[in-house]
Design a protein around this ligand. Structure first.
Ligand SMILES: *Cc1c(COP(=O)(O)O)cnc(C)c1O
Length: 482
């Protein structure tokens, strides 16, 4: 088997018969090296796909002769193999101004959590093994004590995410019975999680009380009957009811529910474990406050303000958490060892609150002073201007970001960044120019995600702690824009 001869081609477009067979293609020098690196399965599959695509072009009369030359074919095959192996889930730069961005993976893991993952995922571990007794252990016990220490709860358990925590809590405590909830708290959060549907999925009958804007203690008192299994409070994490409003706080509601022998559960959604007001940030209710107010169960997310992996945390009384933990659905919703290890490491950071604003990326980003962000924007301005001129002009601008992920929906975070505006474009061409710029930014090896507002593309630099990787891509951006 010799190396196939370079095809003799006629004219500027190639014909199907100018293409090599799969076997011939794989005998070329480049493909031989690809086979040695990646093996037969992947390379042959991509070679077939490449030749099919080229044949279709040839039949359509659109295949250039240069494309069938040996080196070009080898390069095209290498590119296909590389593209097939390239990860679909990739790192991006979040310059949207929303710190906990649900579409961009929410909280960033702390170094401590990453180190822990490396340390315990590449070897066997004691996930369900009690090292003291040598007998079977319980995976929840790995984080229960930490959660109880931090929140003051009697007991705690964890599941896959907070949606699962809410579903499980309602199912375990109120299946085939009634759950009372205020009409002002029937939230829908992204991804089709709607409180009425969750109640139905959990097999509970939802009893709505009050109105959209006002719910009073008597509304709950009147609704509780022998069939009531649970009173539920839901934190309105992604909207605010403003104006003529009234809601019953947890302490009052706990008194009402407990006097009638009914437990109270609160879904906090985000559930920050530290008082954000200490850091000059808008305040979110804490799970520890909800427990102190008398809630029997509090549920919250692991990857929102807590700053850890995806997880649903359930803290509360020994009695209620015990019933939740024993409910059969718990087994289907349990956490896997990967996020569990990251969660334990993240929770440990809360034992050293003085260091939290450095150690926990979410809090570090949220507490970055607007002034430091503006200085970074000033420093980046000349390089960014050079990359996008003459098509766009760049300015340093004050911006308002947000915490995100259903936390504190109406509060804004003073921030700063760069505003890129199309230069000398008619009003009509603005949208097209901005879309082209946004597409070019997203197309970079480390995609840059900004936001378009008021005829400008805004890059909020709050989440850009290290500008190096961003600056390194500017020459490529310039090339692609010209
Ligand atoms: C975010 C949120 C949830 C769901 O939490 P996940 O961890 O995303 O499953 C449930 N309830 C409220 C109020 C929320 O804000």
């Amino acid at each position: 088997m010799g190396t196939p001869k370079e095809s003799v081609v006629h004219g500027s477009t190639a014909r199907p018969q100018d293409l090599p067979s799969v076997d011939q293609l794989l005998r070329l020098a480049g493909p031989v090296a690809l086979l040695a690196t990646h093996g037969h399965t992947l390379v042959v599959k991509e070679a077939r796909a490449l030749l099919d695509a080229l044949r279709a072009q040839a039949l359509a009369g659109t295949l250039e002769t240069v494309a069938v030359q040996h080196e070009a074919l080898g390069n095209a095959l290498a590119a296909r193999v590389q593209a097939r192996l390239a990860p679909r889930m990739r790192a991006v730069l979040n310059l949207t101004g929303t710190v906990i961005h649900t579409n961009l993976g929410r909280a960033l893991l702390a170094d401590a959590a990453l180190q822990r993952l490396l340390a315990v995922m590449t070897s066997p571990n004691n996930l369900e093994y009690d090292l003291a007794t040598g007998s079977r252990g319980d995976r929840d016990s790995l984080v229960e004590e930490l959660l109880c220490t931090i929140t003051g709860a009697e007991a705690a358990t964890v599941v896959n995410n907070n949606a699962a925590a809410v579903l499980l809590t309602i199912a375990a405590l109120a299946r085939e019975r009634e759950v009372i909830v205020s009409r002002g708290e029937l939230v829908e959060i992204g991804g089709a999680f709607r409180m009425p549907d969750v109640m139905a999925s959990a097999g509970a009958r939802m009893v709505e009380v009050g109105t959209t804007n006002r719910t009073h203690p008597q509304d709950y008192e009147r609704a509780i009957n022998a069939n009531t299994a649970l009173v539920m409070k839901v934190h309105t994490s992604n909207y605010a009811v403003r104006g003529f409003t009234a809601a019953v706080d947890e302490a009052t509601l706990a008194g009402i529910a407990h006097a009638r022998g009914v437990p109270l559960a609160t879904d906090l959604g985000s559930g920050s474990l530290v008082d954000l007001a200490h850091y000059g940030l808008p305040r979110e209710p804490l799970p520890q406050e909800m427990l102190a107010a008398g809630c029997d169960v509090v549920t919250f997310s692991g990857d929102k303000l807590l700053g850890g992996p995806q997880a649903g945390l359930i803290v509360g009384s020994r009695e209620a958490v015990g019933r939740i933990r024993k409910f059969p659905m718990k087994r289907a919703l349990r956490m896997s060892k990967l996020p569990l290890a990251a969660l334990e490491a993240t929770l440990s950071l809360y034992l050293r609150p003085e260091r939290l604003a450095q150690d926990l990326p979410t809090l570090r980003l949220l507490t970055r002073p607007a002034e430091a962000i503006r200085e970074m924007a000033e420093a980046l301005l000349p390089a960014v201007q050079a990359a996008v001129s003459p098509r766009f002009t760049v300015q340093v601008v004050p911006l308002l970001g947000q915490i995100g992920s259903g936390s504190l929906p109406v509060e804004r975070l003073p921030s700063a960044g760069l505003a890129l505006a199309p230069a000398g474009t008619s009003k009509k061409g603005l949208g097209t120019a901005l879309d082209a710029l946004a597409t070019a930014l997203r197309g970079l090896p480390l995609p840059v995600i900004g936001r378009i507002a008021e005829d400008r593309l805004l890059l909020d630099l709050r989440c850009l702690e290290d500008s190096g990787p961003f600056v390194a891509q500017l020459p490529l951006l310039k090339e692609r824009l010209s």
